[in-house]
Design a protein around this ligand. Structure first.
Ligand code: PEP
Ligand code: MG
Length: 597
């Protein structure tokens, strides 16, 4: 990584820690949606050929869009297909293509540059118009631009990033969506540094799942870091070191080694120990997983099952095509068979909000996080929901399956889900298919409405699971992905603690188990408080389990209850934090910040 010409001075850029770990490597900057756009001068004699290249790319994208449109129309109907049709319309718009063609000739530039320049110009105009309809066309234009750039690069123009890496790189970008992180991580990216987003976003959650360090909130990073610049991502402290000196590199390599060793030591020491407090209270420590490849971690870090499988990642992974019933069965079977008789809680598709599978959920929502998300989406798209439910009941005989509904705000939603389950099971019965009906059904408690009707919900379900990531967002009216209000996203806010307390009490009265599966479950500072509030089931990223187990094993429930009483009576998050500190609860500093920002 060292350069022979005069070395550039080391520079440290500060952002927010979002996924722990250290990554060292050359940077790859994603601009133009993952396709590098360079201005290449074209000789006059080659201009015709460049124009041809552009038209060939248009032809390739057109053919692909048409095929996708037909496939989607056949399977899901014309509404969904119309998205791809809108893309085709832009592509066929002769003035768009003509402007690009003209620019190639007048400026003697490569097709990629002309495509990006024309699209940027039009994009600015679209952004300024008042009409929502036209603004959406701006989004379509961006997609078409991306398809064209990818076709020019000789790649299939599927949505998402398809860049392959031949070495371990750190990806630097303005932003990354959860599915982009997924794809890039699987293609060998070892670290991420982005300008926007918070530590509680799904982008961060996927990054942690892949064990790829991520820093968010580094202003203007795409202009400060160039391709191949040597960088170090410190996902523990949210620091990006640009052009590190040999000493800094050594320091970080040592840190990487120590981290691996201590993780291995801790996981093998803790794996077989019970998660039991000093005074004998048993606690279930389960794993949150997004991808089946995390199964190894689930076992390695000693989880007692899966407390949350975010099934929507299967959809994001395959978007714009939907997973088939067989795809769902295959993944759930893998989880169940690997862990039986331990429980596997499969959350039904939580699409919408931040997890937009383009073409599936409505694109015209002003406030998608308050829109058709979670159970609202699946009930509105019963065709998609049935496919998943059929798969779940078919896979159920293979292990200990539980089904969890996300974003529940009303009892009617649970009743509608139960009706669908009945219908699907009747169908399977009539077909003579192997299935199992007696699967436990649960509701996620992620919005204040669900907290306030926790008693009524508990009467309808077999278990509740508190999703604090969203509960904090909706209780405090703080967007969990917005770095500008990250300091207001306070897991220890007294309102949040009261919410948790209300749910635990409702569950206790109705004798319905209550789990907690938000990121706070892995916050070592919060664990004594959560146990003190009465929780006995915590689900978290598998890597967090050994340290949480260590805390659990050092606790006395009476002390934890006393601590919780005092915390609930506090007036501010800061007071709660002080109480936790004073109680000596901070065994070590887990990466999930108690107060983000
Ligand atoms: C939550 O909201 O706490 C949760 C576990 O779900 P997600 O993070 O996927 O929204
Ligand atoms: Mg949630």
């Amino acid at each position: 990584m060292s350069r022979t010409d005069s070395p550039k001075p080391e520079e440290v850029l500060q952002g927010a820690a979002a996924a722990p770990g250290v990554a060292i490597g050359p940077a790859v900057c994603l601009r133009g949606h993952g396709v590098e756009v360079l201005r290449v001068p074209i000789q006059t004699s080659d201009l015709d050929r460049e124009g041809e290249r552009f038209r060939a790319a248009v032809g390739a994208v057109e053919a692909e869009l048409e095929a996708t449109e037909n496939r989607i129309a056949e399977t899901f109907g014309s509404d969904l297909a119309s998205i791809f049709h809108a893309h085709s319309v832009i592509l066929r718009d002769s003035s768009f293509a003509r402007r690009i063609d003209q620019m190639i000739r007048s400026d003697r530039v490569n097709a990629e540059w002309a495509v990006q320049a024309v699209a940027d110009d039009l994009g600015e105009k679209f952004a300024q118009v008042k009409s929502q309809h036209l603004r959406e066309r701006g989004e379509d234009l961006r997609d078409v631009t991306r398809y064209l750039l990818r076709a020019l690069a000789g790649k299939r123009s599927s949505p998402g990033i398809g860049k392959d890496f031949d070495r371990s790189v750190v990806v630097v970008s303005h932003e990354l969506t959860p599915d982009e992180v997924l794809r890039l991580g699987r293609r060998g990216a070892v670290g991420f540094a982005i300008e926007v987003g918070g530590a509680n976003s799904h982008t961060a959650i996927v990054s942690r799942a892949l064990d790829v360090p991520l820093i968010t909130g580094i202003a203007d990073i795409t202009n400060r870091v160039a391709d191949d610049d040597p960088v170090i991502v410190d996902g523990e402290d949210g620091r990006l070191t640009l052009h590190p000196t040999p000493e800094t590199l050594d320091q970080y390599r040592n840190l990487q080694r120590r981290r691996r060793q201590s993780e291995e030591a801790l996981s093998s020491a803790a794996r077989d120990l019970p998660a039991r407090t000093v005074d004998g209270a048993e606690v279930e420590l389960l794993a949150n997983v997004e991808l089946p490849e995390e199964l190894d971690d689930v076992r390695r870090f000693g989880a007692s099952g899966i407390g949350l499988y975010r099934s929507e990642f299967l959809v994001l992974d395959r978007s714009p095509e939907l997973p088939s019933e067989e795809d769902h069965v295959a993944v759930v079977r893998q989880l169940l068979e690997a862990l039986a008789p331990q429980p596997v809680v499969v959350r039904t598709l939580d699409l919408g909000g931040g997890k937009v599978a383009r073409g599936l959920v409505p694109q015209d929502e002003e406030n998608p996080v308050l829109g058709q998300r979670g159970i609202r989406f699946t009930l509105a798209r019963a065709d998609i929901f049935r496919t998943q439910l059929r798969a779940l009941f078919r896979a159920a005989p293979l292990g200990n399956l539980r089904i969890l509904a996300p974003m529940v705000t009303a009892v009617e939603e649970i009743r509608a889900l139960r009706r669908l389950c009945d219908e699907v099971c009747a169908e399977l019965e009539a077909e003579g298919a192997a299935y199992r009906r007696d699967v436990q059904l649960g509701a996620m408690v992620e919005v204040p409405a669900a907290v306030l009707i926790a008693r009524q919900l508990a009467e309808e379900v077999d278990f509740l699971s508190i999703g604090t990531n969203d509960l904090i967002q909706y209780t405090l009216a703080v967007d969990r992905t917005n770095e500008h209000v990250a300091d207001l996203y306070q897991p220890l806010h007294p309102a949040v603690l009261s919410m948790i307390q209300l749910v635990v009490e409702a569950g206790r009265r109705q004798q319905v188990p209550v789990a907690l599966c938000g990121e706070v479950a892995a916050s070592l500072e919060c664990v004594p408080l959560l146990l003190g509030l009465g929780l006995r089931e915590l689900s978290m990223s598998p890597r967090g389990i050994p340290r949480v187990k260590e805390v659990v094993r050092s606790l006395d429930i009476c002390d934890a209850e006393e601590l919780a009483r005092r915390c609930v009576a506090a007036s501010t998050a800061e007071e709660v934090e002080e109480l936790l500190g004073a109680a000596g609860a901070t065994v070590a500093h887990h990466r999930v910040p108690v107060r983000a920002g």
